[in-house]
Ligand binder design. Structure first.
Ligand code: ARG
Length: 472
């Protein structure tokens, strides 16, 4: 029996074992298990490099690579047995390797520390995760584009202060979210780039005495850059901050969208109806149909904001280089990734299955005196100073409010008695469709402007898809 089997990797310096409770307290395996693929790939690249550089023998490298590939198969088949004493995924795999191939397994950790190993694994995982999230955001962006396309021409109220402001196109509203998510994609891409720096070879903190070839490892693992400073390389978790921040902002966007879906599905708004497959009922009130998953997404946003805060606070007081505090980096980062990933999926499902009630939207766009700005603009275009025009229309609104009428109910005579400057085409100024159509400024809600915007959005989505293919 191997005299080091079952012992901590630092066993030599210790006379006694670790307290039973802190064995579990100190372990990160339940959280970092998911990095097994990165850990194995990193170790394979490291072993090959060590042998190419003459640090370990070729037969040892061959045995290590074969052993790791057998372990990979076991993990993939769900047959790998983790042991209670496995502190983290790195130790679990190294233990299993040594058990399997003996001596050679014990040479794998030459010129390496868990400090650079965990940084490597986390970076590989973050790169993968950001690409996965970009794919999920793209699916949601595609759904928003399809909805915007399918509902071109549907007019709805636009709000400020959640008070009716001016009529807009539903497509315009949906496209606003498209652009928000487009910025999320660029933040996720930045996170990908931030993670794309290879830290292995930094060893514990100061580099190594062995003649290693870091470039070879970076090339094999597909990294664009090599870290320039070994201390920074093992202490840096900015890439996780960047990724978690990108997740947080995306969650805030989803939360705002969900808030609108929740409002829009109320009886008061009635703009949309969630599909049964994305609604829940009440155990007591038979009539209820609740937008639970929109609410849950809004609620989970708080968690992700908390994840970002945890990471920032965990790092803020740490001296260089590695500190065990940093083991607390993965749980919040992974939680942010998982939460965003599932919320993107849920929101995409809600949107692609919901029914749009365009009649209710249109009816809503007639209320709230939303033609007021255009009536004032009409007067201003005819020489009435805008402040005065504002006053005139304000009085008209007040009158309509008292009489329970809308601006569209006013006759030309009534308008003219308020101001002789109202021209024969003044009634056109209050026509909801024309109000929308007139907003032709680039980026405005006019039909033509929205069509132009849709084309631009499709181009962006297409270009982004090409970036993702190239990054894989
Ligand atoms: N499980 C550890 C972590 O996640 C790996 C690095 C341990 N390094 C050390 N010096 N204890 O941070």
């Amino acid at each position: 029996m191997d005299d080091t089997a079952g012992k901590a990797p630092w066993g030599g310096r210790f006379a006694g074992p670790l307290d039973e409770f802190v064995v579990e307290f100190g372990a990160s395996l339940p959280v970092d298990q998911r990095m097994w693929d990165a850990d194995i790939r990193g170790s394979v690249a490291h072993a090959r490099m060590l042998s190419a550089c003459g640090v370990i023998s070729e037969p040892d490298a061959v045995a290590i690579v074969a052993g790791l590939s057998a372990i990979r198969e076991e993990i993939e088949a769900g047959e790998f047995v983790f042991e209670a004493a496995d502190e983290d995924i790195h130790m679990a795999i190294e233990r299993a390797l040594t058990l399997r191939i003996g001596e050679a397994g014990k040479r794998l950790h030459t010129a390496r520390s868990r400090n650079d190993q965990v940084a490597l694994d986390a970076r590989m995982h973050a790169k993968e995760a950001s690409l996965g999230l970009i794919g999920a955001v793209d699916a949601l962006r595609a759904t928003l584009l399809r909805l915007a396309d399918d509902h071109l021409g549907v007019v709805m109220p636009g709000y400020t202060h959640l008070q009716k402001a001016q009529p807009i196109l539903l497509s315009h509203h949906l496209l606003a979210y498209f652009w928000m998510l487009t910025r999320d994609v660029s933040r996720l891409r930045h996170a990908h780039e931030a993670a794309d720096v290879m830290p292995l070879g930094s060893a514990a903190l100061a580099g190594t005495t062995f003649p290693i070839d870091r470039q070879a490892v970076a090339d094999e693992l597909g990294f664009s850059l090599i870290s320039a400073n070994s201390l920074d390389a093992v202490s840096d978790r900015d890439f996780l901050l960047d990724l978690t921040y990108a997740c947080t902002v995306a969650m805030v966007h989803l939360s705002r969208l969900c808030e609108e879906l929740i409002l829009w599905s109320t009886d008061e708004f009635g703009f949309v109806q969630m599909d049964d497959s994305y609604s829940t009922g009440s155990s007591i009130m038979p009539q209820k149909k609740n937008p639970d998953f929109a609410e849950l997404t809004r609620g989970k946003t708080g968690r992700v904001i908390g994840d970002l805060t945890s990471l920032l606070v965990m790092l803020k007081g740490l001296p260089l280089a590695y500190n065990k505090d940093m083991q607390e980096d993965k749980e919040p980062a992974f939680d942010a990734i998982d939460t965003l990933s599932s919320c993107l999926r849920a929101v995409e499902g809600m949107l692609s299955t919901m029914t749009v009630n365009s009649d209710r939207m249109r009816a809503g766009a007639r209320g709230g005196f939303m033609a007021a700005t255009d009536l004032a603009d009409h007067l201003a275009a005819r020489g009435v100073p805008f402040r005065e025009a504002h006053e005139v229309v304000g009085r008209l609104v007040l009158r309509c409010e008292h009489e329970g009428r809308t601006l569209q109910d006013l006759t030309l005579e009534e308008l003219r008695s308020a101001s002789p400057a109202f021209a024969a085409d003044a009634l056109e100024a209050v026509d909801i469709d024309r109000i929308v159509a007139r907003r032709v400024s680039l980026g405005g809600t006019g039909h033509d402007a929205v069509r132009t915007q849709l084309v631009a959005a499709k181009t962006v989505l297409h270009q982004d898809a090409e970036w993702s293919i190239a990054a894989r």
